[in-house]
Write a new protein. Structure first.
Length: 298
């Protein structure tokens, strides 16, 4: 092995997501054989944002690959809050739809919280309903759904054979979408969890104690090599565009971790892109399958 053995194992999110997608497909096929029906996912998109439309296309394609039915409603950017709520209610009432996803961000002036709270808790495949988050925070309670990105982070760790129980885990970032639920999930796995955020004094010292670091702060390459103790496992949730004149787009994507340097000390690390990203949509499919199975096997 020589010098090469000193660099981290790369956790291949694409490959792991591929394995999970195959598992989901066989479960969907089985459900169809037994009940004659398949799970359905509805996506509501408001306005013309290019990035949102790209996500929605990816989600539809992913559904197709595993045999999940996809429903989809595109509303113009001028849609009122009431029109959006009406669309959500229509999908709530549709027995062929088992998961509803409202693509964020919504246009200015629309109350996101009100729209998300309108989604039936049985169909909240994004896992952001206050009741699902509340149950995630409570010992001995299981939410119906866990938010897709943090769920994907845990799945990557488990499928890479990382032992979590009793380990020190540090989550960098405390957003409602990733940081906070990731911290709660790690706690459920019996880690000792510390959350580092913008008001943390000496984040470097805190991170150096960690056996596992989940970086989700949205700050390009913030976690440096000297923040990481030898042998730590790194899950990098960040996707940040940094200027790069050599690229056709004029920028390249980097994570919240200084990948090239941190690789030299970590035992395992996720790349950006190709790490956590593919897992997010995969967990959305997994949540939709769970929801469909719950409804169709009643």
């Amino acid at each position: 092995m020589g010098a090469a053995s000193s660099t981290a194992t790369v956790i291949d999110g694409k490959a792991i997501a591929g394995t999970i997608r195959a598992e989901i497909k066989s479960k969907v096929d089985d459900l169809k054989r037994r009940t004659g029906r398949v799970p359905g996912l509805a996506v509501v998109i408001v306005g013309e944002r290019k990035d949102s439309q790209t996500y929605v296309r990816m989600k539809r394609k992913a559904c197709e690959e595993v045999g999940i039915a996809s429903f989809h409603c595109e509303l113009p950017g001028t849609a009122t809050e009431e029109e959006i709520l009406k669309t959500v209610r229509r999908f709530n009432a549709d027995a062929n739809v088992h998961g509803i996803l409202v693509q964020l961000p919504l246009p200015k002036g629309v109350n996101e919280e009100r729209v998300l709270a309108e989604i039936s808790i049985e169909k909240d495949v994004d896992g952001f309903h206050p009741e699902n988050i509340g149950k995630l925070a409570m010992k001995g309670h299981e939410p119906l759904f866990v938010p897709c990105t943090p769920k994907g982070c845990i799945e990557l760790l488990k499928r890479s054979g990382v032992e979590l129980s009793g380990k020190n885990a540090v989550v960098v970032g405390r957003s409602n979408i990733v940081g906070m639920p990731a911290a709660m999930l790690l706690m459920k796995e019996n880690c000792t969890v510390t959350v580092v955020h913008s008001k943390t004094k000496d984040p470097k010292r805190v991170c150096r104690e960690a056996d596992v670091i989940v970086a989700a702060c949205g700050s390009a390459e913030m976690v440096k090599k000297d923040w990481v103790k030898k042998g730590a496992v790194i899950i990098d949730v960040g996707t940040n565009g940094v200027d790069d004149k050599t690229k056709k787009a004029g920028y390249r994507l980097v994570g919240d971790v200084d990948y090239a340097e941190v690789r030299k000390v970590a035992s395992a690390i996720t790349p950006v892109p190709g790490g956590v990203g593919p897992m997010t949509i995969c967990m959305l499919l997994s949540n939709t399958l769970d929801s469909g199975a719950r409804a169709l096997e009643k």
